[in-house]
Design a protein around this ligand. Structure first.
Ligand code: GDP
Ligand code: MG
Length: 162
């Protein structure tokens, strides 16, 4: 069974864009991963010849439940099914109260967390990622999910420990 990587983060930070970037054209929804439902879409992914399953936890973003309830659900998903977590933050916005709520949940579940400072579309914006050190997950990976910048370094490190 390939390892499962859950992508966590508040709405609009770029989770789905990152999923699309990572799976490229090999997009294929995986339906037999336990715990995966309509709101937790799983995809087959591959990096350097190794298969893994990527779970986008953001299917819920426009429904009526409160954001904090949903953040708790994401963490629950991560705790239940993930071997590792990619936590995505919008580096251009910086850490919000909702991001801090995600952090609290992630601390509790004790899975390896890879912090992505997303929307770093060019070198000049990289300084924006340093502020996210304060979230407590070490050095953030500066990434542009939109353009593919930084995703190779992220995946290299992720696969080393999966
Ligand atoms: P999600 O709600 O976390 O799944 O976020 P989406 O993937 O739907 O992206 C939300 C918005 O951010 C969309 O308009 C994306 O095009 C935009 N976006 C995502 N990643 C990037 C990025 O790396 N750079 C920029 N400039 N925009 C991005
Ligand atoms: Mg999404």
């Amino acid at each position: 069974v390939p390892p499962v990587v859950a992508i966590i983060g508040r709405p609009n930070v770029g989770k789905s864009t990152l999923v699309n970037r990572i799976i490229g054209r090999r997009e294929a929804v995986v339906e037999d991963v336990p715990g995966v439902t309509r709101d937790r879409v799983a995809y087959q992914a591959e990096w350097m010849g190794r298969d893994f399953t990527l779970v986008d936890t953001g299917g819920w973003e426009h429904d009526a439940k409160g954001i904090h309830a949903r953040v708790a659900e994401q963490a629950e998903i991560a705790a239940d099914i993930a071997d590792a977590v990619i936590f995505v933050v919008d580096a251009m916005v910086g850490a919000t109260a909702t991001d801090e709520a995600v952090v609290k949940m992630l601390r509790r579940i004790k899975k390896p967390v890879y912090l992505v400072a997303n929307k770093i579309d060019d070198f000049n914006q990289e300084a924006e990622s340093h502020a996210l050190w304060s979230l407590g997950f070490g050095q953030p990976y500066p990434v542009s999910a939109l353009h593919g910048r930084g995703t190779a370094d992220l995946l290299d490190d992720l696969m080393k420990k999966l």
